[in-house]
Design a protein around this ligand. Structure first.
Ligand code: SF4
Length: 143
């Protein structure tokens, strides 16, 4: 299913760039082909649903990545706390985002979904816990 995001004729006289991305919004992994003039996406093809249009447009204009990792935990029943970015991180900021977490130690207890770092690396994106941890001698609750 192809659905133009803008009438192709509007840019007929301008230089059109064609790009290809693999949609990762679901396991089907559609091969998206898009046309753009500068950062203005004028058409996305190859998508099997509307999410592909959004993905193909954003991947060209503002690519982002989900970030999940673990950080050190102190005072809990295990050494590492699983965490993730509260929202997808701009692709060009992912390395900086992850590097900012090096050496981070979180004190137990930790609630599931608790913000453990605000505005990581100035991205405006928080880091949140993806597991609930009780104190050192308590029971660990899997979130
Ligand atoms: S376009 Fe739709 S069906 Fe295809 S991979 Fe993306 S989300 Fe899945």
């Amino acid at each position: 299913m192809a659905e133009p995001t803008r009438a192709p004729d509007e840019h007929a006289a301008e230089e059109t760039e064609t790009y290809v991305y693999l949609c990762t919004s679901c396991p089907l992994g559609c091969r998206l082909e898009g046309d753009a003039v500068d950062d203005d996406v004028i058409e996305v093809r190859g998508n099997s649903c509307k999410r592909g249009i959004k993905y193909g447009t954003q991947e060209h204009t503002d690519p982002r990545r989900a970030v999940s990792t673990t950080v050190w935990l102190h005072g809990g029943p295990c050494e590492r706390l699983p965490v993730r970015a509260a929202e997808p991180v701009p692709k060009q900021k992912v390395r900086e985002f992850v590097q900012a977490l090096q050496g981070l130690v979180v004190e137990a207890p930790v609630d599931f979904g608790a913000v453990v770092v605000s505005d990581v690396a100035g991205t405006g994106i928080d880091l949140i816990a993806t597991r609930e941890i009780v104190s050192e001698h308590g029971r660990e609750l899997v979130g």
